[in-house]
Design a protein around this ligand. Structure first.
Ligand code: ADP
Ligand code: MG
Length: 368
């Protein structure tokens, strides 16, 4: 596993449940995945000696960190099984390449334009305003984004980001956001999970409700678009495609993540096969597991903001007194605001019950 975050940690435990041993390569000493892995190579992603050691220890390598340099994946690809491929990860890492790829395949996106030089803003700004200027690379959880309403604000934001390549995207009236997570094997076999409905607060995922409260026709369209994108990428592994549903009813692709995704965490407790077990199955060349949901689910992200008393913990016993509530903590010691510390999945027999219990827990934790 390249990357030591919580996604890597959940992959490790899924792999270990299937009897595998996992080696994590990550530059952080105290990483969520490194602390549960069988081996932790404490090294930079481009450290060739460490990558060579990883390849010699492992039959197959994957990533949990979408900003892993694609050169690292290329280096490994000559030595062991690697999924996803460097090309897929390279496209998903760059909003300009990603949006162009999606559009060229005939999928709808929000109106946008690449911004490579400040002059690019002059030509395109009016019809894309009010908009969001987003850095093309290394942005996540709403970081590297600026809301802009005038060309001057767009230029100021571009300067503030250090004139790095960006996209200017029209700000849309969203009815909701949904995501499709799917897995595609080396043999091209492809399976998706029920569509999740996601609420972001300040650019960070706050809750996912699954299945999404949308028509079967709309979820069918989202799943079909996700599959078309996976196929066009010749993608192997677990892929997330995020969508906007606008108030005028359009379904637009927002972005993709070449890995398991925060909005698929509900699959651990609510589905026959989790997104992490599926990533293991793909890497190991095993058949894909069934993805259907056996319980309604609402997932709440636990950000550091939920730790209200310094040095103390949230009232876990009170939360777990709801008997169908599953708590996942990622082993991070410092609960900083905006930091993903864990998540809770509320299971229920009906959507109304899942929503009700999730609202009670959100209130206990003072989640907005
Ligand atoms: P990140 O890589 O940080 O997840 P996104 O492009 O997905 O970046 O933006 C984060 C969130 O900001 C989205 O999930 C959505 O809530 C909001 N957002 C992004 N782009 C738009 C847009 N064009 N119109 C309205 N809301 C947007
Ligand atoms: Mg996003």
């Amino acid at each position: 596993m390249l990357g030591g975050g919580q996604l890597g940690r959940m992959f490790c435990t899924a792999a270990q449940s299937l009897g595998y041993r996992v080696c994590v390569l990550d530059p952080g000493a105290d990483s969520p995945a490194g602390s549960v892995a069988d081996r932790h190579l404490l090294a930079d992603y481009l450290d060739e000696a460490a990558l060579a050691e990883l390849a010699s220890l492992c039959r197959a390598v994957t990533t949990e960190f979408e900003n892993v340099p694609s050169r690292a994946l290329e280096f490994l690809a000559g030595r062991c099984i690697v999924s996803p491929a460097a090309r897929s990860v390279g496209i998903a890492q760059d909003r300009i390449a990603e949006k162009a790829f999606i559009r060229d395949r005939g999928e709808a996106t929000a109106p946008y334009s690449p911004v490579l030089r400040v002059e690019d803003l002059g030509e395109v700004a009016p019809q894309l305003l009010p908009g969001i200027l987003k850095v093309a690379r290394l942005g996540y959880d709403g970081k590297g984004q600026a809301q802009v309403t005038t060309p001057e604000e767009a230029r100021a934001a571009f300067e503030r980001f250090g004139r790095v390549p960006c996209v200017l995207e029209k700000r849309l009236e969203l009815e909701r956001e949904v995501s499709v997570i799917l897995a595609r094997g080396f043999d091209g076999d492809c399976i998706s999970w029920p569509v999740a409905e996601n609420v972001h607060v300040a650019g960070i995922l706050s809750t996912s409700t699954a299945p999404a409260r949308i028509t079967a026709a709309l979820s069918g369209r989202a799943e079909a678009a996700g599959r078309r994108i996976a196929q066009a990428l010749d993608y192997v592994g677990v892929l997330c495609v995020e969508f906007f549903v606008t108030t005028d009813g359009s379904l637009l692709v927002n972005e993709m993540a070449p890995r398991p995704h925060n909005s698929g965490h509900y699959s651990i407790d609510a589905c026959v096969t989790s997104q992490f077990e599926q990533q293991v199955r793909v890497l190991a060349g095993l058949p894909l597991g069934a993805t259907h949901q056996h319980s309604q689910a609402v997932m709440l992200n636990l950000l550091g903001d939920c730790w209200h008393t310094p040095g103390g913990e949230p009232p876990w016993a009170e939360i777990l007194a709801h008997p169908q509530t599953k708590l996942h903590l990622y082993g991070k010691s410092e609960p900083r605001p905006g930091r993903k510390m864990g998540h809770i999945t509320v299971l229920a027999d009906s959507p109304a019950q899942a929503t009700k219990v999730a609202a009670q827990i959100a209130q206990t934790l003072r989640i907005v």
